[in-house]
Design a protein around this ligand. Structure first.
Ligand SMILES: Cc1ncc(C[n+]2csc(CCOP(=O)(O)OP(=O)(O)O)c2C)c(N)n1
Ligand SMILES: CC(=O)[C@@H](O)[C@H](O)COP(=O)(O)O
Ligand SMILES: [Mg+2]
Length: 634
């Protein structure tokens, strides 16, 4: 039996010899690689912190002491050491364990995560609570260099220095975010500033001193000490010490013995301490070390070769269509610039960044800044497109309202990963954007039903002298042939996709397809439904919606957004304003967090795929259940 299999709790790490601990790190790596090759997941980050995780659990007493992982995508070794070895093969699957720390899952998971840069604030809150309650606990935040580019991390550091609480912040520095990390602080931390200067000074001094007879060698020693002092002046120590932290490091993140020694010392220090650990993303699995961006978050892959499994269908993703189209648009309009918040590949902007390096900005994990920065660009005549995941745009709500919409600036929001995203689960589902955007004055909002409509939305955005948002999902598009860019849509005009006499389904976004599927099935059962692609969430097609509601007296709405405050709610408001009282059923996501699973599984669970929509409509209309053979063919 392996050491990992024998472990009942992380406390047992204290009884292991150095050799056994080293063996444990190898077993952890093997388990992580073999499992993630089958399930997919965040491989490279988890591999990079295996020694760090073992060292922390060796020195701390979890769950009494709290380890707060930032983002949490690096916590697989932590999960394996804290009782989840048997379930590990269910990672990120429906009903399985989460890809991120989750308090519900284990008492060792101190804080729920998924979005970045929260760890310092959360751990500081825990430290303050500990002191209010006169408890003896260690509070540790583990944050990556990428996550340190988020402003929230600095708000936490600033406050921690002020409160002077006992708090340990571990900075795991691998010089990578998902792509190479960006920004001045990242350069400072990775000592790029110092190494250039130090190498030059060292060479010059050595050359000179080597030529000094008799005392040259002694002077060389002195000079080396001076060089260290000079380096010390420029190290992150300066930054963190100015913020009120004791700085320890940089430590080699793969030397378990050194990490354990350092943490044993650090846990006895008073006040906030920052431990700077330098590690390699993907450590121990060559394909991941060579291509950490690919192996940051990856689907199933071949363990031996590291080659990802080909995706079924092989169609271009919505993200891909967006990226390609933006390049086309930028060729024709040099005012177009693009912004990502550390999601270069994820948002499909890689081609754009290569074609137009001067018109592309990666701002780091800084969604708020991305939006206000775009507002600044727009105020000077440019047409910025900010490409953000729906879930991360949540962070920048005020910036959208205050910096963009209030000034009616022509900033375009390309909202990717809208709707249910799948295996990342509730931290990442983009299911609130309809609700948190549609009430913002001046903002035009589209949700394309397919990739051609996505292109149309992108073209339409360029015709509007104000803020514009379009949202599209994770995953493959329909595979429709793309030619020249389509014409712009008429603002606020929906499109009838199918006629029907008994009722009308208003759908918005990719669920149009499911609505059409349901309507086709129900037609055979005697219910004739029109299907309308509303196209716009704001402004709504008032006349079309009222006319159809009046005509049929039976209204269904479908959206991949929470029902509260979403598209269906907007239709209800409109109907009330028009004093129309058709029977209405809204279909969308529930008033609860949707867990992880494949997108298909989750859409089915929420009843917004074709068969689910048909089922809900049947129930609402008291229709007989179809024969099982017909239902399964739905
Ligand atoms: C608010 C927010 N924006 C973007 C992301 C997407 N994201 C997840 S991990 C990551 C990179 C984090 O880099 P780092 O903290 O250095 O950890 P590493 O991946 O290098 O281990 C990004 C951009 C996120 N989780 N949260
Ligand atoms: C942890 C995190 O926030 C990202 O790595 C995210 O999981 C990426 O999601 P996609 O796989 O949809 O790009
Ligand atoms: Mg990093």
């Amino acid at each position: 039996m392996s050491i990992l299999q024998q472990l009942q709790s992380p406390a047992e790490l204290k009884d292991l010899s150095q050799g056994e601990l080293e063996q444990l790190t190898a077993e952890l790596r093997e388990k992580i690689i073999s499992t993630v090759s089958a399930t997919g997941g965040h491989l490279a980050s988890s591999l990079g912190v295996v020694e760090l995780t073992v060292a922390l659990h060796r020195v701390l007493n979890s769950p009494e002491d709290k380890i707060v992982w930032d983002v949490g995508h690096q916590a697989y070794a932590h999960k394996l050491l804290t009782g989840r070895l048997e379930q590990f093969h269910t990672l990120r699957q429906l009903g399985g364990i989460s890809g991120f720390p989750k308090r519900q899952e284990s008492p060792h998971d101190a804080f729920d995560v998924g979005h970045s840069s929260t760890s310092i604030s959360a751990a500081l809150g825990m430290a303050a609570a500990r002191d209010c309650q006169n408890k003896q606990q260690k509070m540790v935040a583990v944050i990556g260099d990428g996550s340190l580019t988020g402003g929230l991390a600095f708000e936490g550091l600033n406050h921690a220095g002020h409160l002077n609480k006992n708090l340990i912040v571990v900075l795991n520095d691998n010089e990578m975010s998902i792509s190479p990390n960006v920004g001045a602080i990242s350069s400072l931390i990775s000592r790029k500033l110092t190494s250039e200067l130090a190498v030059r000074l060292k060479k010059e001094a050595e050359n000179f001193l080597n030529h000094v007879p008799r005392f040259g060698k002694d002077l060389l020693k002195v000079a080396r000490r001076a060089e260290e002092a000079l380096k010390g002046f420029f190290t992150p120590g300066m930054l963190f010490e100015a913020l009120g932290f004791e700085y320890v490091g940089p430590l080699n993140g793969h030397r378990l013995d050194q990490l354990v020694d350092a943490f044993e010392n650090v846990v006895n220090l008073d006040g906030p301490v920052l431990v700077h650990v330098v590690s390699r993303k993907g450590r121990g699995y060559q394909p991941a070390e060579e291509n950490p961006s690919l192996f940051h978050g990856i689907g199933p892959f071949d363990r031996e070769t590291g080659v990802p499994q080909a995706s079924k269908g092989g169609k271009t993703s919505y993200t891909g269509v967006f990226g390609k189209t933006l390049v086309q648009q930028a060729e024709q309009d040099e005012r177009i610039v693009a912004i990502t918040a550390a999601m270069l590949e994820g948002t499909g902007l890689k081609d754009f960044s290569q074609c137009y390096p001067d018109r592309f900005f990666d701002v780091g994990i800084a969604e708020q800044h991305a939006v206000t920065f775009a507002a600044g660009l727009a105020s000077q005549g440019l047409r910025p497109t900010v490409a953000l995941y729906s879930t991360f745009l949540q962070r920048a709500y005020d910036n959208v309202v205050h910096d963009v919409a209030l000034q009616n600036l022509p900033v375009t929001f390309a909202i990717d990963r809208a709707g249910l995203v799948g295996a990342d689960g509730p931290t990442h589902h983009g299911v609130f954007d309809f609700s948190y955007l549609r009430h913002i004055p001046n903002l035009t909002i589209m949700a394309p039903r397919d990739e051609l409509e996505l292109q149309r939305a992108m073209v339409t955005a360029t015709t509007v002298e104000g803020p514009f948002a379009y949202r599209y999902p994770r995953g493959q598009a329909l595979g429709l042939p793309l030619g020249d860019l389509p014409a712009a849509a008429d603002i606020g005009r929906g499109e009838k996709l199918r006629d029907g006499t008994d009722g009308v389904v208003f759908a918005l976004g990719v669920v149009c397809r499911d609505a059409l599927q349901a309507a086709a099935v129900l037609e055979k059962e005697g219910l004739s439904l029109a299907v309308i692609d509303a196209r716009f969430l704001a402004p709504l097609d008032r006349s079309m919606i009222s006319d159809e509601a009046r005509r049929t007296g039976l209204v269904f709405t479908v959206e991949e957004n929470v029902l509260a405050g979403g598209f269906g709610s907007a239709i209800l408001e409109l109907l009330a304003e028009e004093q129309l009282t058709p029977r209405v059923l809204r279909m969308g996501l529930p008033d609860s967090f949707v867990e992880q699973g494949t997108q298909q599984e989750l859409r089915a669970l929420c009843g917004i795929d074709g068969p689910g929509i048909a089922k809900q409509i049947r129930k609402f209309c008291n229709m007989a259940k179809p024969e099982p053979s017909e239902e399964s063919s739905n």
